[in-house]
Design a protein. Structure first.
Length: 294
């Protein structure tokens, strides 16, 4: 008899299994690396028949894996990821050009560093000990842990959640924290994959966002529903783009090729920066409902 689960967005118990787990080895922190390339490997994915949200409720508690993970390959791409964060902050600057900024799930502090360079009073919070230590080595104000956090006190003029809500069991709760940390006329910025995108439909279960670490999958309707539930109002929605080194991108493209076509990655590609936008991630700016400054 199937265990009864509830939808993390709407609370319905009308969930159906749409993709059985294909995890073939015991879970450890390596499965949760930001640079993990086991595309198509996930826990059991259930879809809510009421709102359409997709989630992995059987995979178990994951925060311990994030606390223990290290990911040197992530830091190797710091220059390229800094370009990505600069694009996010350009979007932010259409609404707030200065003030206090908090990055939730700050990683090695790349967005925090870019925001400081732009004149924001920026800080972050990150559960991974290793990632947080890399930020501290650069003198960046990134605290270890999750929100709520004793060192994190609002209000903030900008709060960012960049590729975070797909990793948590309680997306509504973390959106509530974002709301509560925002100043009354503050702005929130959320980036998350779009399971309803053309890329997701084209690649099916091989879509690169179907991976162990992603346990919640939003489309436009479920994301807007979640925001409404916590009294956040979308001001603008765009498609997030990224920048990768050529070798990083080449290694990931190879996972989609037959074995005989997986040639050795040319070394010169490590010196090439490649902008990529598959139009399969949301970048959304939100305000508190009732904010008259909109």
């Amino acid at each position: 008899m199937q265990e009864c689960f509830c939808c993390w967005v709407c609370g319905s118990t009308k969930l159906r299994l749409v993709k059985p787990s294909n995890i073939s080895a015991p879970l450890n922190s390596n499965w949760f690396k930001i640079t993990d390339l086991h595309y198509g490997v996930t826990g059991d994915i259930f879809q809510c028949s009421s709102c359409g949200f997709m989630e992995c409720p059987t995979i178990g508690e994951v925060i311990g894996f994030y606390q223990e993970l290290d990911d040197p390959d992530y830091e190797k791409g710091r220059n390229e990821r800094a370009l990505q964060m600069s694009q996010v902050l350009k979007f932010v600057q259409q609404y707030r050009t200065n003030g206090r900024l908090l990055d939730i799930g700050a990683g090695t502090g790349i967005l925090v560093e870019e925001a400081l360079n732009l004149g924001f009073q920026a800080e972050g919070v990150e559960p991974s000990k290793w990632l947080q230590q890399q930020a501290c080595k650069r003198g960046l104000p990134v605290f270890r842990g999750t929100v709520p956090h004793a060192e994190i006190t609002g209000p903030y003029d900008v709060v960012t959640l960049i590729d975070v809500i797909e990793h948590v069991y309680s997306p509504i709760e973390i959106l509530e924290h974002l709301h509560d940390l925002m100043a009354e006329e503050g702005r929130g910025v959320i980036v998350t994959p779009d399971v309803g995108s053309w890329a997701a439909r084209l690649l099916g279960w091989k879509w690169w966002h179907f991976r162990v670490a992603h346990i919640g999958y939003f489309n436009r309707q479920t994301l807007l529903r979640a925001l409404k539930k916590v009294n956040l109002y979308p001001l603008a929605i765009r498609r997030a783009g990224w920048v990768f080194t050529g070798d990083y991108l080449f290694d990931r493209i190879k996972t989609y090729l037959p074995a005989f076509l997986r040639i050795r990655t040319p070394r010169f590609l490590g010196r090439v920066q490649v902008p990529v936008n598959l139009l399969d991630s949301f970048m959304i700016v939100v305000a508190k409902r009732g904010d008259k400054s909109r």
